[in-house]
Write a protein that binds this ligand. Structure first.
Ligand code: DAT
Ligand code: MG
Length: 151
């Protein structure tokens, strides 16, 4: 089963939307296997967003993600990476599909509420960066047979 890393960013926390984001992922059928509420350090932010270093929006992105607490999570399911990105919507809220989190709650790319891993290698890197193995919970959910089947 695939795992992906998700952040409810500072704007989501400040606006009381953490529960809304969790509800949407739970309702989709994804399974929560890790979660922590934390204030992100500059060091962690720089590692997480290393791929964007040097871009025009980099400094703004680092100050945004470190500006207030976040909820960091790991979600599991078939094709979890693409499924979660779809639930979150396109990077720019005005380009995100109606019904997605970024569409339904956002307007600007600098306050787009969530992060979600974009590929299998990124997911492995980000989960390892934010969580220790012992912080991830392997658990059984009897309803899975009613949510997952084949492809
Ligand atoms: P995503 O978060 O959808 O994976 P990304 O990895 O390309 O998007 O960029 C990371 C974050 O950086 C994104 O959520 C918001 C910010 N960002 C991206 N492009 C931007 C831009 N052109 N101007 C301002 N912020 C931007
Ligand atoms: Mg990204």
């Amino acid at each position: 089963m695939e795992r992906t890393f998700v952040i409810a960013k500072p704007d989501a926390v400040q606006r009381g939307l953490v529960g809304e984001i969790i509800v949407r992922l739970e309702r989709r059928g994804l399974k929560l296997v890790g979660a922590k509420f934390l204030q992100v350090s500059r060091e962690l932010a720089e590692k997480h967003y290393a791929v964007h270093k040097g871009k025009s929006f980099y400094e703004g992105l680092i100050s945004y993600i470190t500006s207030a607490p976040v909820m960091a999570m790991v979600w599991e399911g078939p094709q979890a990476i693409v499924a979660v990105r779809q639930t979150m919507g396109a990077t720019r809220p005005v380009e995100a599909a109606p019904g997605s989190v970024r569409h339904d709650f956002g307007l600007t790319v600098g306050r787009n509420l969530t992060h979600a891993s974009d590929a299998p290698e990124t997911a492995v890197f980000e989960i390892g960066l934010w969580f220790k193995d012992a912080e991830l919970v392997n658990w059984q959910r009897p309803t899975d047979a009613w949510i997952f089947e084949g492809n």
